[in-house]
Design a protein around this ligand. Structure first.
Ligand code: AMP
Ligand code: GLY
Length: 429
């Protein structure tokens, strides 16, 4: 592998992208780092590209060519589904992230279900509908509990886990009413699965699949898994054996391999990160969803534990030379607690001054990834989103990582600071 420096353009603005940026910057091969659009934390360590539309394939490819970029890293799903990776690769520039056809694993739940069926991968039984009437009739026939999903990208919304038929019917109507735009024109109705959830991300070049460490997200807003679904309130890694047996883990890795192989056999090269969201049911792990990118906040606990040169690994995913030995793991545990703005996932105020991050990061093993932050007019750091900061701690024991993360949360302050107090408790037997 060459040792030449590579200038990198990273697309995205969340905690996931901040964690990717920190890891990329640690690579001896990282040259100049550019972010679009970035956030308060990312802007402090990379050059912010003003005015670049990160979801425009032509704009990104042109900008990257004009600036001698040697690697474009795509964080979120929207540019992937829009075909940004295709355009970048067509311009002869290496890219981390799947092309548009492969990104349909996230961009269309129906597409993903069909691939899973052909690959023989366990998932919830389902039917898909394009007209409201037959969808409602089916829901009435099957009864609750039942899960209603808008087919396309709905920014983390668009999944209704309905306990009653009325809730399910309301979800069906919401999808067909256009609440999720085109994403709801096709609706997937599936059986409800039960059990703990586990995420398994894998890196792949379309042939070789390298599983990353397991992690467990906490999606509900309130302690005890109560309240509405969010983009994720906290996460830890790895998931201990009393929750995920060696057998479960092998089954999840097998799922990732089968899906990549199935796509390859259909002429689709999946290169990038394939995120598998699993329910650990009494019959073994079953797929809830695939994402075509790193998870957020999973990345914030997986990458700090990963020993790898991320620039080399991402280039290898792009050019088909990925191998297992490029990635190894620390034995440490990682816990990340998300600090949110009061009101999230509903409406919330922005522009609150944030203090204490430096103090928090003085603690051993603590890194604070920015999610929804920006630099204010006077250069001060302010809140700019619902999920504001991902306070992450790495330590030799789970208990230590967890208590360090929470101690660090206490050192940070902004008006309306809100967080769950039970992140990771399930990992403690
Ligand atoms: P998804 O975006 O498909 O992962 O759905 C978001 C969340 O909804 C998941 O993390 C689960 O908590 C829940 N969910 C999705 N599908 C199902 C299902 N078939 N059964 C039970 N819960 C589900
Ligand atoms: N943590 C869930 C996701 O990234 O979609």
């Amino acid at each position: 592998m060459s040792n030449a420096k590579v200038d990198i353009l990273l697309l995205g603005s969340g905690g996931r992208e901040h964690a990717l940026l920190v890891k990329l910057a640690q690579s001896p091969r990282a040259g100049r780092l550019y972010v679009a659009p970035g956030n308060g934390g990312m802007d402090a360590m990379a050059e912010k590209v003003e005015g670049l539309d990160a979801e425009s394939p032509v704009a990104v490819a042109d900008w990257a060519r004009g600036h001698n970029i040697g690697l474009v890293v795509i964080g979120p799903e929207a540019p992937l589904v829009a075909g940004v990776a295709d355009a970048v690769r067509s311009a002869g520039i290496p890219c981390f992230g799947p092309n548009g056809d492969a990104a349909q694993m996230e961009g269309s739940k129906k597409f993903a279900k069909q691939v899973m069926a052909r690959a023989g991968v366990p998932t919830a039984a389902y039917r898909s509908f394009t007209d409201q009437e037959s969808c409602e009739a089916y829901v009435r026939q099957v009864g609750a509990p039942i899960v209603i999903k808008a087919d396309g990208l709905a920014a983390g919304k668009g999944v209704i886990v309905a306990k009653t038929i009325d809730e399910a019917l309301e979800g069906v109507r919401e999808c067909f009413s256009g609440a999720f735009g085109d994403a709801g024109a096709t609706v997937v109705v599936e059986e409800t699965l039960e059990g703990p959830e586990c995420s398994l991300l894998a890196l792949t070049d379309g042939k070789t699949v390298v599983p990353l460490a397991t992690s467990q997200d906490h999606k509900r807003a309130l302690d005890g898994d109560k309240g509405p679904n969010t983009g994720g309130m906290g996460v830890y890694s790895p998931v201990p054996e009393h929750l995920v047996s060696a057998e479960d883990l092998a089954a999840m890795v097998d799922v990732e391999r089968r899906v990549v192989a199935e796509l390859a056999s259909e002429g689709i090269t999946y290169s990038g990160c394939l995120y598998g969201g699993f329910m650990l049911t009494s019959e073994g792990p079953k797929v809830l969803e695939f994402n075509a990118r790193f998870g957020d906040p999973e990345t914030q606990v997986v990458l700090p534990r990963m020993k790898a040169d991320l620039v080399d690994v991402f280039l290898a995913c792009d050019n088909g030379t990925l191998s297992e030995d490029m990635v190894s793991w620390d034995d440490d545990w990682a816990v990340s607690v998300v600090l949110t703005s009061a009101g999230y996932p509903g409406s919330y105020e922005k522009g609150k001054v944030i203090t204490g991050i430096e103090k928090a990061e003085e603690m051993e093993g603590v890194t604070v990834y920015h999610a929804g932050t920006a630099l204010g007019a006077g250069g001060e750091l302010v809140t700019a989103g619902g999920r504001v900061l991902d306070v992450t701690a790495v330590a030799p024991t789970f208990e230590e990582a967890r208590s360090r993360a929470y101690a660090a949360c206490e050192l940070i302050d902004f008006e309306g600071k809100t967080f769950r107090t039970d992140i990771g408790l399930r990992a403690i037997r």
